[in-house]
Ligand binder design. Structure first.
Ligand code: URA
Ligand code: CA
Length: 435
């Protein structure tokens, strides 16, 4: 088999066989096929696309390129949740404890954030002493005992995806549905999930800018899941404004805690209830989504979910005292209000810009080497559809550097679109895709 022939075949719009897909994924992972030929093939895939069979084969080729985590020693159906990446998305920190407190095992492999979307591990490190480094046996023991553990990438999961994603990033071939779908699903399957709930974000702050594209991506991932015998559900949710109010590490952990105490932002709670009820049904702990919702709500009302958070943080070495007293979290030196310069209604908050502003304050990494300031970020005081008067505070900047805060202020004002009249009719949940 020659790579040259595969490139020509795809360039001419033909289908690649399973053997051909295995050949290039395997050869590229081993370093036997050069970047320039794979780049060329990726561009051909970008224009000619892949069908569902090719996409499932690409997914499995990437899964088989490295270790596959075995969760067979964990009792119960392991349901994983994945978000395609949003701004201020704190759902994992809320959902994990809620679902685990119902006895459903949540064995989560997570990553650090890069760019304008934060990573769950960075957020969890707001708890002094918290660590995701642990031997596989401890990870499994924790899931069996507590039902919740968050690990860093152990083992070498889907190394082919790592290499291909990095190459796509510099060759203009990231935003192809088959390539995104196979990239995400390969990592979930290698991490040992039995069932998968996907949160596909749509809007200006997301990979998918339109509902049509998001729906297409959702269907592709659900279809891969079915092809590979993993029950998969995809929820399409709004990312035309940041989720909740807080953007930043410790700020988002505080927001998650408030949500578990029953005082969280409505949109964050609702998204957690939607994703959570899909997880509970896939784990076969409820007969339908309504029953699942009631069960989840009860975990908040009874304090069970909050206690689960404490158990989980303590088991991974974290100091749990900020859970009862959030003033013990790292806090920024300056908290600066941003006031509206006009009367009107908020009709848009450019979420990508908001994510970048938080990153520039130090909440995220511009490059892999950057260090994170856990305390800084933004708290949005007004969201889409809310009325504001000139002088009202629309957001707070939490900063450790006055110069950076001043720059952020101007950019926040630019990120808020405030018009005379606006009626908010963008839904939080667009659709749930099950087949
Ligand atoms: N996230 C991934 O993991 N892979 C992609 O290709 C895009 C988003
Ligand atoms: Ca948030």
């Amino acid at each position: 088999m020659r790579m040259y022939d595969l490139i020509l075949k795809k360039r001419n719009g033909e289908e690649l066989s399973k053997e051909e897909i295995n050949f290039f994924v395997d050869g590229y992972t081993k370093g036997e096929i050069p970047d320039y030929q794979v780049s060329s093939l990726l561009m051909a895939i970008y224009f000619q696309k892949m069908n569902s069979r090719e996409t499932a084969d690409l997914t499995m080729a990437m899964v088989n390129s490295g270790d596959i985590l075995s969760l067979k020693d964990i009792e119960g159906i392991k349901v994983d949740k994945h978000s395609t990446g949003g701004v201020g998305d704190t759902t994992t920190l809320v959902l994990g404890p809620m679902v685990a407190s119902l006895g459903i095992p949540v064995a989560k492999m997570s990553g650090r954030g890069l760019g304008h979307t934060g990573g769950t591990i960075d957020k969890l490190e707001s708890f002094k002493g918290f660590s995701v480094e642990m031997p596989e046996e401890k990870f499994i023991r924790n899931v069996n005992n507590i039902k919740l553990a968050v690990g860093g990438q152990t083992g070498d999961l889907a190394p082919a995806d790592k290499k291909l994603y990095a190459l796509r990033d510099v060759t203009g071939t990231v935003d192809n549905i088959s390539l995104i779908a196979s990239s995400i699903m390969s990592k979930k399957i290698a991490a040992g999930a039995d069932a998968i709930v996907l949160d596909v974000k749509v809007g200006e702050g997301a990979f998918m800018k339109t509902k049509e594209d998001a729906l297409h991506l959702a269907k592709e991932m659900v279809s891969i899941g079915r092809n590979l015998k993993r029950n998969t559900v995809a929820v399409i949710s709004d990312m035309d404004q940041p989720l909740g109010k807080a953007i930043g590490n410790a700020l988002e952990v505080e927001e998650a805690i408030e949500t578990l105490k029953g005082n969280g932002p409505k949109d964050l709670l609702e998204l957690c209830m939607t994703l959570g009820s899909e997880m509970v049904v896939l784990a076969e702990k409820a007969k339908d989504k309504n029953e699942a919702r009631q069960m989840l709500m009860e975990t908040i009302e009874s304090g069970k979910a909050l206690n689960k958070l404490k158990e989980f943080v303590a088991a991974q070495g974290g100091d749990i005292s900020p859970i009862d007293d959030t003033s013990l979290f790292p806090h920024a030196k300056y908290v600066i209000p941003v006031e509206s310069d006009r009367d009107g209604v908020v009709c848009k908050i450019h979420s990508q810009n908001i994510g970048i502003i938080a990153m520039e304050l130090g909440a995220g990494r511009a490059t892999k080497e950057s260090t994170i300031d856990l305390a800084v970020g933004l708290v949005l005081n007004k969201k889409r559809g809310e009325k504001v008067s000139k002088g009202d505070v629309i957001a707070y900047i939490h900063a450790n550097d006055m110069e950076k805060a001043e720059k952020a202020k101007a950019k926040i004002l630019e990120s808020y679109v405030i018009e005379k009249d606006y009626e908010d009719n963008i839904p939080l949940i667009y659709e749930v895709v099950t087949k």
